[in-house]
Write a protein that binds this ligand. Sequence first.
Ligand code: SF4
Length: 439
Amino acid sequence: MTLTASVDLTIRDISRGAPGSTCSTQLLDAPWDVDARESGYGPGASMADAAPVTAPRQGEIPAEYREASAEELDRRIRAAKAELGERVVVLGHFYQRDEVVQHVDYVGDSFQLANAAKARTEAEAIIFCGVHFMAETADLLSAPEQAVILPNLAAGCSMADMADIDQVEEAWEQLMEVYGGEVDEDGIAEVIPVTYMNSSAALKGFCGRHGGIVCTSSNAATVLEWAFSRGRRVLFFPDQHLGRNTAKAMGIGLEQMPMWNPRQVLGGNSEQTLAEAKVILWNGFCSVHKRFTTAQIDRARAEHPGVRVIVHPECPMPVVDAADESGSTDHIRRAIEGAAEPTTFAIGTEINLVQRLAAEHPQHTIFCLDPVVCPCSTMYRIHPGYLAWALESLLRGEIINRITVTDDVAEPARLALERMLAAKPSSAAAARGADAAGR
Ligand code: SF4
């Protein structure tokens, strides 16, 4: 990969020109400084989200990595990768900073990257430059002897953390009391659990154990159809927006989509509301995509007549409704690549991907709908210093920050993933193009 754009440089420019205009000027701090002083997600879009007390912390890494210049880290990463050769594969999510992406073997969304890991069976180690649930998925799909490494353990995901296994087990217990746990004579269950890929392996395992399934933002409509062929309703977690946007596009009314607040009895709903529900939406969200607004779209249309607005389905429903289209990171990338004529695109997704797309496609005008540079807090925690540390540790025969999913969780989690892979879009989903809009 070649260096195409730098959010680091953009943040510096904005900070110099208009102090306070970034989400937080602390973004410019080295992540190890943040790790040492903060227990939350750190600066960036998730700064205000409450992190669970059990969220992993990253211990201090050796000073040689903290103190090295960017040039020295680049040189050391290249040298370590060259020496390790086929023994290691480095994966980078679309939202990762370019200072890291330039060193990865594959860049993609979480599921594409997990599959890339699966395909590289000769690699002893998979270094996942993404966040915790992605490394868990790579561990689920890779061979048992392959070690999956997350360079900074503090790189979690605030959305995934909004539904933990204890809360979901408790919600399920309450729902079973309301609905009963029986299937009818046609084999139809009262409720099917569906978890977004952006969730812990424990939740994927929960779905596997309870007749449920995983979805991505690429296949959410297909997965909901799969679930409705087996159940009267769906419990969808953790992202309310992907659930609502997908179900609405399938013709389900908002009145049939109550929210489940895990801090309230019955999620804050009456038994009557739950009886009439088709999709019960967990009260989770992505703080990156929550930042996008219809006012930003109005401004883009006023300032750039003819602009094509594409947003991610993790954005709130009014934003998705006001956009020209919605789709996954991969859908956004392909839409831009497929535009034959120079086009102006306003994009509603994470800034690192938008800046990279803009640098890679100079024939188009591409900008982020949100004028404030506010990257994903946790993706941003992966710094080249951590990558250099992970690689050079491998050279020394040491595996640091290995992410493993225990067998009791892995088995049902794989079942839920296999159900997703086997689910096929119906002609209705294909006609809606709903699955073109996914992650
Ligand atoms: S962009 Fe949102 S969903 Fe993705 S890792 Fe960051 S907080 Fe989680």
